[in-house]
Design a protein around this ligand. Sequence first.
Ligand code: MSP
Length: 512
Amino acid sequence: MSDKFFITTPIYYVNAKPHIGHAYTSIAADVASRYNRLLGKEVLFLTGTDEHGQKILLAAKQKNLDVKDFVDSIVVSFKDLWSKLDVSYDYFVRTTDPIHKKTVQHVIKKIYDQGDLYKGQYKGWYCTPCETFWPSAQLKDGKLCPDCDRPVEEVVEENYFFKLSKYQSWLIEYIQNNENFIRPVSRRNEILGFLKEPLEDLCVSRPKTRLGWGIEFPIGSDHVTYVWFDALINYISAIDYLNEGEKFKTFWPADFQLLGKDILRHHAVFWPIMLRALGLEQPKCIFAHGWWMQQGAKMSKSKTGAVDPLDVINQYGLDAFRYFLLREVTFGVDGTYSTEAFKIRYNSDLANDLGNLLNRTLAMIEKHFDSKVPSVTLKKESADDLIFEKFENIKNKFQNKMDELAFSEALILVWELINSANKYIEESKPWVLKKEGNAERLGNVMYNLTEVLRITAILISPFMPSTADKIWAQLGFSNSILESGITPAFKWGVTPKNLQVNKQQPLFPRVE
Ligand code: MSP
């Protein structure tokens, strides 16, 4: 197992405020990063902003602002959102960073010198919202962008082209030989299907007369770099590819590159070919997640009603939001966001299952054992199997699920343990044990419940960091979960006796 972990999110367009769709990719990357830190790995979590192109220029013009002032102001709102969502990125790249611009120009010169670029005429269509070129044959109804259904604009421009076609057969073979390169498998199949048709070479510049806001194309000074070509390079410019620096040597290739399925082709076709042309290794996995939908359509900035993550966290708390996003749908498929669904999960999983287990357990330890975790004789009774079976399940499966970004399935395993503990309370009837004066058995039951809570706190910490910390502190641990690491989550009997518990107000008060 490698002791390094490098994960990236797409870099976000700064034409408007972020919504749930953006929060989703970043929170998923955050959970994977926190989990890998818990494993003791050195983690690099990269995110940032995509600041050039026609769409951003247009947005700045509409606000009557200088474009750099405009992007600077939106970048602040992204950073602010990530901090409010506990998104623990290690590095924030901006495509207006001088080192990024230099790297892009270096890449262009390099591939030009090796004969992978040529000048030609582009005659076709352009979708500004997607910043994508489309040939006529691919348009929807002859006039709409096939990705976003919006009208496209006809363009005839002298541009530079990148010879994607030269690398097509290499790419097909690479994808076929590397089963986990593009995931989930439905997306891998989509790309293999797309590659059955001959690839058109990619236009990688725009004439300055049409678009002034971009990185100057280093060959001839009358073009800027096409925004997607510029943007994809962030994944290596941010780690000092330019100087082949330590960070680059340590972290490339990335372990996971996360993105939404709308930008799969850019990441699973253009990007691997760019890397190949540069003679660089491919990322280990390009993972495309699904969309959050609303009224049957993708939630997006241009539609009214896109959910603002800040509204949700102000009303229900951050950790409930993070939990909902990763528990509600399997990572990789589409999901529908609704307040109704959110409240159901909140009340059942968080308020009832987890919240009640914590409160009941701590209340009983407070009352019957003077707030000290009782010592355990570890004498097993058959009722204990309820819990041990689920614990074994976690030991065997949790890490695999997390390693493959199956977040929802990993959480299901934890909740099976939580619910087995709730059932255990009903079956072992601590109140009867108390009445009967069976202190030894009562102590064992309380100890086992404490163990479930301890294990739960560790395993949910990547998903709900502050909830996990609160449970940890209420159980009486004085170190941090990160210091503890993940190993004790897979051992039974680790909680020391006499730990002083400290019951607090419910973590998730029920919502109506
Ligand atoms: N700037 C490009 C990415 C360049 S990466 C080299 C871009 N930016 S974006 O701001 O439009 O989108 C960023 C991410 O948000 C994408 O992964 C996209 O899939 C995701 N989402 C935007 N809306 C979404 C939903 N409604 N649901 C889930 N994710 C979606 O594309």
